[in-house]
Write a protein that binds this ligand. Structure first.
Ligand code: ADP
Ligand code: MG
Length: 735
């Protein structure tokens, strides 16, 4: 057991920043705008980077063409306008021996930032201006303010930590460093929830050294083990939430042991079956194609969950087009074999309607026993519940769910309105949704329990729209078991992706659309995302359709789909596109997820850089759903380097998991966690792309701590209160 002495992090959270010498009213107000209120907040403002003072580049060593960081003092500053009228600030800096000129274009404020006497770090490339060395628009970190301001002794240490500065709040990196240092002093000796042996096993330094070395490393490099330990604590807190949730679920669960009549998944299309065979078997025998081996593997994982005593909480990952829907349908039939109903929830009405149509098509001719009907059997019944279903139909479906006459209900969120009750709800499938938070998911299954006459927890299968890197899945979905459909159906070809930039490439793109349509295939044209409103976006889609119909795609049958259309209009257009009455669907991102029209073989994405990488991959996944070659064209010239990187990544890779890694790398963990995810503010140091060993270690240790239920668990739970508000905490810890 670890020592029980030492300050708790929670106690530091109770010390307001105004208790520090350097901070009065004005500065505390400025810090508050940065979300920094107390000493704990300050200790977790981490340096952005470190400068090894022992390895500083001397100005005398700098040559033209070098990329370097130089630490120097401003000796002259002036500003003027160039002949083109641009603001230009000229700065001369010196390291005591030599000096060099630095110029800033269009950054007039640099004159105020860099008065004579300021010492700063300048990072950039050394260029040549009329034979002299010069840096243009370098990155600047002010380390020591202009004369007259207090200098901190730590600044002459061997390693300088550079903190995030805030121009808006008027706090420099160097001031922030001062606040943090005083906080370290105030904090004193901290309690470490990890025992020596736990730390040793995970190769982690103790908490006190970690906080000291991340802020004030004595030697360059000391910050690395410090970061490792603090990142581990972040991950451990998250994993503790998840482990507590898991335990709570297990303790309170009233799971269903589904009676699976038949778990044989090898039945091939066209196999001979009898009416006494299971629905699963009869379905597979009449289906158009056999399950892929990945689909079979995932289903057998689902079967063992369904048979087990605890409710299933499973995440189904799979790249676009990998056939997640078929897995869900087979699982729902397995549940129906056991005599229970299923829910299939989609994020949009378009998707819900598509699922309804394909389920009715695929399940046609399958009979299920029902004592309530005269013949003793009836066709498997699938109904729709969305916000737009007419009152009369809606009531009929609700009655059918209550009596058991409806086996499967497909819908949107509207599905879980108060009056929807089930005779025996066995399975909830959520399609194409990965931004559900932990607590929303468990609310869903609790609701399922309350709504079903059985009073038991239905099993839960969540299918993600976007592949998530394995490590991120462990953090985001640590309370779920994960299955991956890691194989595409046989015969699929990689989608040929082109970033069409030159005029002739764009011409070739529209020619391709014509050629594919001539072969009986179909095409999507995705209109640019328009900032502002859905209405503006819809207008631009309407205009784009008109333009294409009179120019590039004259003579083809063009349809339109956007968010402002009424549901029945959307449904009609989708039906026409499916049937081929419409050749080209000009659409906004409403088709982003899940839409499945296998005959579509080309997608043109206009102003592609406006979309995120995951979104682009999803959009592209609308084609390549059959054996023939498909094409994706990205149009538009990105104004930013990031935009270009996204398009390049897409051209190079067809693999959603690979792209998800790239995306995570580019955008950081914050965006992935989404606004609703708990603990988002607590991932400042942990890197989901590279800290796999820490994530796995944290998951294992969290399980241990929760089982031991000792001092360390109490401490981690207590620390969690620093990151979640009271209401969320009440929910998370409720038992
Ligand atoms: P996603 O995983 O993106 O939701 P879908 O479930 O929409 O993918 O499936 C993509 C396409 O692949 C659909 O047209 C579907 O009919 C087809 N498909 C699914 N499973 C198989 C299979 N085992 N063999 C051949 N085609 C399949
Ligand atoms: Mg899907």
């Amino acid at each position: 057991m670890s020592e029980t002495s030492g300050r708790r992090l929670r106690q530091l959270g109770d010390v307001p920043v105004t208790k520090l010498h350097r901070i009065g009213e004005k500065r505390s107000a400025a810090l508050a705008t940065l979300g920094i209120d107390n000493v704990f907040d300050l200790l977790t403002v981490y340096p952005r980077r470190y400068i090894d003072r022992t390895h500083q580049v001397d100005l005398s060593d700098l040559s033209i063409g070098d990329e370097a960081a130089i630490f120097a003092e401003v000796t002259r500053v002036s500003s003027r306008r160039t002949r083109q009228g641009k603001a230009m600030v000229d700065v001369t800096v010196s390291d005591g021996d030599e000096s060099i000129k630095i110029v800033f274009f269009n950054q007039a404020w640099r004159e105020r930032q860099l008065p004579v006497g300021v010492q700063a770090l300048f990072f950039g490339k050394v260029g040549d201006y009329k034979g002299a060395r010069q840096m243009a628009n370098p990155v600047v970190d002010v380390i020591v303010g202009a004369t007259g301001e207090e200098r901190d002794p730590s600044r002459v240490l061997r390693v300088a930590a550079i903190y995030p500065a805030s121009g808006k709040a008027g706090i420099t990196s160097w001031e922030m460093g001062g606040f943090v240092e005083e906080s370290l002093g105030r904090a004193g000796f901290l309690f470490d929830p990890l025992s020596d042996s736990q730390r040793e096993a995970l190769d982690l330094v103790d908490r006190n050294s970690a906080f000291r070395d991340i802020h004030l490393p004595a030697n360059f490099g000391d910050q690395h083990p410090a970061r490792r330990r603090l990142a581990f604590d972040e991950l451990l807190r998250l994993q503790v939430i998840l482990a507590l949730r898991r335990r709570r679920l297990e303790e309170s669960a009233a799971g269903i042991r589904h009676a699976l009549i038949d778990t044989d998944l090898d039945t091939a299309p066209g196999s001979l079956v009898s009416e006494n065979d299971s629905l699963v078997r009869r379905f597979l025998a009449q289906h158009r194609f056999a399950l892929t081996s990945a689909q079979r593997r995932v289903l057998s994982e689902i079967w063992s969950d369904l048979e087990g005593p605890l409710p299933m909480h499973r995440l189904l990952q799979g790249d676009v087009g990998s056939g997640k829907t078929l897995v869900a349908v087979t699982a729902m039939l397995g549940v129906l074999d056991g005599g229970r109903q299923s829910v299939l929830m989609a994020p949009t009405e378009v998707l819900a309607e598509q699922h309804l149509a394909s389920l009715r098509r695929d399940l046609a001719g399958l009979y299920v026993k029902d004592e309530a009907v005269l013949s003793g059997e009836r066709e498997v019944t699938v109904q729709l519940l969305t916000g737009r279903v007419r009152a009369k139909d809606r009531q009929a479906t609700i009655d059918g769910l209550q009596s058991g006459a409806v086996d499967i209900v497909v819908g949107t969120h509207a599905l879980l309105s108060d009056d929807v009750r089930f005779r025996a709800l066995g399975l909830i499938v959520i399609d194409e949704q990965h931004r559900f938070g932990v607590e929303q998911r468990s609310r869903l299954s609790e609701q399922g329990r309350e709504r079903s006459d059985e009073g038991a927890d239905p099993d839960l299968l969540v299918m993600t729209a976007t592949p998530i890197p394995r490590t991120a899945a462990m953090v985001l979905f640590g309370d779920l078991d994960v299955s991956v459909v890691d194989e595409l159906p046989a015969g699929r070809r990689a989608i040929a992706t082109t970033w069409a930039r030159a005029d002739d490439e764009v011409t070739a793109c529209w020619q391709r659309v014509r050629d594919e349509v001539a072969q009986g295939h179909r095409a999507y044209v995705i209109c640019p995302l328009v900032e502002g409103s859905d209405r503006v976006e819809a207008t631009s889609a309407v205009e784009e359709r008109t333009r294409l119909a009179t120019h590039e795609l004259r003579g083809l049958a063009l349809g339109l789909l956007h968010g402002q259309m009424k549901s029945d209009e959307k449904e009609l257009v989708m039906a026409q596109f499916r049937s081929g009455e419409i050749d080209v669907l000009v659409a906004t991102v409403v088709v982003e997820v899940g839409v499945d029209v296998p005959e579509a073989s080309v997608i043109v994405i206009e102003d592609a850089w406006r979309f995120g990488l995951a979104q682009l991959h999803q959009l592209r996944g609308r084609v390549g759903r059959a054996e023939f070659q498909s094409y994706c064209y990205l149009l538009g010239e990105p104004p930013t380097a990031d935009g270009a990187l996204r398009l390049e990544a897409l051209v190079v890779s067809n693999d959603g998991f690979e792209l998800a890694e790239v995306d995570l790398e580019m955008r950081g963990e914050g965006t992935l966690l989404g606004a609703r995810q708990k603990g988002r503010t607590d991932l400042k140091l942990a890197k989901l792309t590279s800290d796999d060993d820490l994530i796995a270690g944290a998951q294992a240790l969290a399980g241990e701590l929760v089982r031991e239920a000792g001092e360390a668990l109490r401490e981690m739970e207590d620390e969690l209160h620093l990151f979640v508000d009271e209401e969320d905490a009440a929910y998370l810890f409720k038992s």
